[in-house]
Design a protein around this ligand. Structure first.
Ligand SMILES: Nc1ncnc2c1ncn2[C@@H]1O[C@H](COP(=O)(O)OP(=O)(O)O)[C@@H](O)[C@H]1O
Ligand SMILES: [Mg+2]
Length: 197
């Protein structure tokens, strides 16, 4: 399966999603993560060599692509419109991570409207960094459902475990304490939704 992770904004959990979904999908079939962000965040994450799958830059990905069944592309923030359309054509699924906060949601609606205008419909929203202390996510979810915008059933909670994992070049799956397990369960659940699409 070919999956691209895109959003108009930074800091919404694209790279965190790319790393953890690649971890899950790699348990299904060989998975390659292509870091298409000039910041090279996924490549930096992979630098310690603790990840179970290969991360390649876009420039360096050609030889790896044929050897992998799942290809995940982690995009930069603010992609060009042409890139968005190319990604939509070249992938089975576009995942748009967004926090339920107003400004992030606003940027997400802009991306959705852009896709609608160009008759692209292979995208799905993933709510990320959901703070259980607020009702933001409930409101966001109700809005997205009312507008018939495709949305993953699973949402990713705001958990410090994700910060810890990225700092150590690991995934939350590597931590077998309750926080690690709680965090991993959510991406595992998103991965299952994808496999069952
Ligand atoms: N579910 C989460 N809970 C807590 N922190 C998160 C979560 N997802 C991402 N983060 C943190 O938020 C910041 C931005 O995440 P990142 O995945 O790099 O976003 P993007 O790739 O969209 O810029 C990072 O510091 C990351 O560790
Ligand atoms: Mg990123």
């Amino acid at each position: 399966m070919f999956i691209a992770i895109v959003s108009l904004k930074g800091g919404v959990g694209k790279t965190t999603t790319a790393i953890h979904l690649s971890t899950y999908l790699h348990t299904d079939k060989p998975t390659l993560l292509i870091d298409a962000d000039p910041n090279r965040s996924a490549l930096v994450w992979a630098r310690e060599d603790n990840l179970p799958f290969i991360v390649a830059s876009q420039a360096g990905s050609a030889t790896f692509v044929p050897k992998h069944s799942h290809i995940i592309t982690d995009m930069k923030a603010r992609p060009e419109e042409d890139d968005l359309l190319d990604l939509a054509k070249g992938n089975d699924l576009i995942i748009i991570p967004t926090t339920p906060n107003h400004l992030d949601l606003d940027a997400t609606i802009k991306a959705v409207n852009f896709f609608k205008k160009h008759n692209v419909n292979n995208y799905k929203i993933l709510l990320t960094k959901v703070d259980s202390r607020t009702t933001n996510s409930k409101t966001a979810k109700q809005f997205l459902i009312r507008e018939n915008i495709p949305l993953f059933k699973t949402e990713i909670p705001l958990l410090i475990a994700f910060e810890r994992a990225s700092q150590n070049g690991k995934t939350v799956k590597d931590y077998h304490d309750s926080r690690g397990k709680q965090a991993w369960k959510q991406y595992e659940s998103v991965g299952k939704e994808i496999i069952n699409l």
